[in-house]
Design a binder for this molecule. Structure first.
Ligand code: CP3
Length: 345
């Protein structure tokens, strides 16, 4: 198996700079759109065969060094029995938003992932068995999942979420505990199915300042990371606009921090210290600007990542749907031609 990605996560020298892209499955791929014209999102997720197929599409086309399993952060909530729909051009929408202590206490747990998440786990198993590249399992961060549950859907201000967090901290803590349990159960099942790294997508936690993060969100993230620690797989934590939170991601126990494009990687490395790897951080919009711009900006990312092992090349957030897939193929080739860091730490 190509282990460049796992080596970089562990800050070991590798024979190439590894690269994968957040949201590399789906989104910009015509072969994915063709498949989705025939199958709803939840139907893809319910099928191990379709999950494996879609997960491998970007591996085959782009030549990336890792396969992120095709699913969604709300899939474990749905598997637990919570009523959530993925509405086209909107996102996850919950029939019964969670706002009170009674709502939180009524939340189900993820009792039997081997049957309720059979598509996801079977898909991981199938991709892992091909033994080409590592499979990355993932979950939503507790804050991010809570934001969908409390708001009832996507949000810009997270006003109801923050009001609950600050106004009813006991209810909030109980919600964090329920979501920690669901996320950890899901990740453990994914690792047991064959995922050899995991990522917590706490996409919206950048809405918090560092003190608030430390108090209300970090304990749950720490607990999820701790729950899988004994499995020994690299654990990545990512969120959008989280430059000020990067040191706290490291303190929470991340082995790798995902960095969006707002913070250069040399600064990110200074913030997280020498014992944590970094992942990122090309602005996904750059991929729409033509190859000369893509190459110049990718060079800047690699230069800022420095000469110590421990950089996984990625975008600073997910692939934009308008991206030309050929640009991503060219980018992977180009990154693989660059000299990887050799200096051991
Ligand atoms: O982008 C991120 O911040 C990553 C974390 C995240 C995912 N889903 C992971 C994911 C978040 C915040 C979501 C919520 C979600 N789910 C949204 C965003 C809504 C908002 O608040 O703005 C949407 C539109 C969905 C529904 C969804 N998820 C669709 C329609 C698809 C398939 C097509 C696509 O857009 O990729 C997904 C797949 C999905 N969600 C993946 C992941 C990691 C798998 C795709 C991949 O990894 O390449």
């Amino acid at each position: 198996m190509n282990d460049a990605f796992l080596r970089a996560c562990r800050r070991e020298p590798a024979d190439r700079i590894p690269v994968w892209f957040m949201r590399q499955a789906g989104r910009c791929l015509p072969e994915y759109r063709e498949l989705r014209a025939q199958h709803e999102m939840f139907d893809v997720m319910a099928s191990a065969e379709l999950t494996a197929l879609v997960t491998q599409q970007p591996v085959k086309r782009f030549g990336v060094d890792a396969a992120v399993i095709f699913s969604d952060i709300v899939a474990p909530l749905s598997a637990a029995g919570i009523d959530v729909k993925l509405v086209a051009d909107v996102g996850p929408v919950f029939a019964n938003p969670v706002r009170t202590a009674a709502d939180v206490h009524a939340l189900p747990r993820l009792a039997d992932p081997s049957s309720s998440m059979a598509g996801l786990l079977g898909g991981i198993k199938q991709v892992a068995e091909t033994d080409t590249v590592p499979v990355i399992g993932f979950c939503g961060g507790p804050f991010t999942l809570a934001s969908y549950l409390v708001e009832g859907g996507p949000s810009r201000e997270y006003a109801k979420t923050k009001a609950l967090m600050l106004g009813a901290p006991d209810v909030w803590n109980a919600l964090m505990e329920a979501l920690t349990d669901i996320a950890a159960t899901s990740l453990l099942a994914q690792i047991d199915a064959g995922a050899s790294a995991i990522q917590i997508f706490d996409s919206w936690v950048g809405a918090l300042d560092p003190d608030t993060y430390r108090r209300y969100a970090m304990p749950a993230t720490h607990a999820v990371l701790e729950a899988v620690a004994t499995r020994g797989v690299p654990r990545i934590v990512f969120g959008v606009s989280t430059g000020e939170l990067l040191p706290l991601f490291a303190e929470a126990g991340a082995d790798v921090v995902g960095v969006d494009w707002r913070v250069p990687l040399d600064l990110a490395r200074a913030r997280v210290g020498p014992h944590v790897a970094v992942q990122g951080n090309l602005d996904p919009a750059v991929c729409l600007a033509g190859w000369p711009a893509v190459q110049a900006e990718a060079q800047r990312v690699i230069d800022a990542a420095g000469s110590s092992p421990g950089h996984v090349f990625n975008l600073g957030w997910g692939v934009l749907p308008a991206t030309d897939p050929d640009v991503l193929t060219q980018l992977v080739d180009w990154v693989h031609q660059q000299q990887p860091p050799t200096e051991s730490m």
